[in-house]
Write a protein that binds this ligand. Structure first.
Ligand SMILES: [Zn+2]
Length: 326
């Protein structure tokens, strides 16, 4: 009897840790029922290191575009099929927006700025996520702008047109500045583009003599610029390099990867010179695939960091694994 109870006690002791572990795994209905329904998302920022530099990806949000007419040179059924292939809804295209900061050597450089809340409430989280990442607009030394579309320059100014970054220099491609500031281009532009011309002019005015224009290939606030025209006349990509590591910022060389990385020959409705944009896209995707270079894409699913793999037809974006460590 004594023996049996001792065996039972030993068995119970042996089972205890397993039982405890099971209890952790098992659902706890009472607690679950008491907990409030979760609301909203966690702050949208994510960091990686590139050599000695810290790159922080900052989620601005997303907007939706009707699928009809979004790809100018592919039948609607093929575009829908590409989205189904990527397990995405086909009723409309949700386009994410993520800009970034590069920090090192005591300097903070932003690359693009999001919409600044000027494109509706779903793409208006940039300022909040920048703050969540611990970056104060007053400490930003430089803002590098890939091109002048509103979802990239909108965050430079407040709703009433004041500079958000009080002491930052703003680096812009000369070809981009030249186009959007040209009176002739403004007078020839269709009605739908007039608003963007106005935004560019107001933004440049807000920064006045802090706007720095650079050539097609230049060192810009520690990044290497490389022209990739077509999406806009001065659209530019950048490389962040430190030590033996590098990160290629694809900017808007492709819009959503499920469509335009897989099908580099497809032309997005936003591309101002679609043939030139395709040439830039193919050249860059080819290079980063061959180099196995880490890339970020502005309209890639957050945090939009990964690699480009060449496929039999087109390419594929392979997202990088999240790391709990920096
Ligand atoms: Zn864009």
């Amino acid at each position: 009897m004594k023996d049996i109870s001792r065996r039972a006690a030993l068995a119970a002791a042996a089972a205890a840790p397993a039982a405890a572990a099971m209890a952790q795994l098992a659902p706890m209905p009472a607690l679950a029922q008491q907990a409030a329904a979760p609301g909203g998302q966690a702050p949208g920022f994510y960091r990686i290191k590139v050599g000695d530099l810290v790159v922080t990806r900052i989620l601005d949000g997303q907007f939706q575009r009707p699928l009809q007419g979004f790809v100018r040179n592919a039948p609607q059924q093929e575009v829908e099929a590409a989205l189904r292939d990527a397990y995405m809804p086909t009723a409309a295209l949700t386009i994410p927006i993520t800009f970034m900061a590069v920090q090192g050597g005591g300097r903070t450089v932003l690359v693009d700025t999001g919409t600044g809340g000027k494109s509706g409430p779903t793409a208006a989280h940039g300022a909040r996520n920048l703050a969540a990442a611990g970056i104060d607009p007053a400490q930003v030394d430089a803002v590098v702008i890939s091109h002048f579309h509103g979802d990239h320059i909108g965050g430079l100014t407040t709703a009433d047109g004041k500079a958000v970054f009080p002491r930052a220099e703003v680096f812009v491609p000369q070809a981009e500045y030249g186009f959007w500031m040209d009176e002739g281009a403004l007078s020839r532009a269709p009605e739908a583009m007039q608003g963007n011309f106005r935004l560019v002019r107001a933004t440049m005015a807000a920064y006045g003599d802090r706007v720095r224009r650079h050539g097609a290939e230049a060192d810009v606030a520690g990044l290497r610029a490389m022209a990739a025209a077509g999406h806009t006349p001065g659209h530019t990509t950048y490389t962040v390099a430190s030590g033996n590591q590098q990160l290629v910022i694809l900017s808007d060389t492709t819009n959503h990867p499920a469509l335009f990385v897989r099908n580099p020959g497809w032309h997005a409705v936003f591309d101002m010179d679609a043939a030139q944009a395709e040439q830039s896209r193919r050249r860059l995707l080819d290079r980063v695939a061959a180099d196995r270079a880490m890339v970020v894409g502005y309209h890639f699913p957050f945090p939009g960091i990964g690699h480009i793999r060449q496929r039999e037809r087109g390419y594929e974006f392979e997202p990088a694994q999240w790391s709990s460590e920096l």
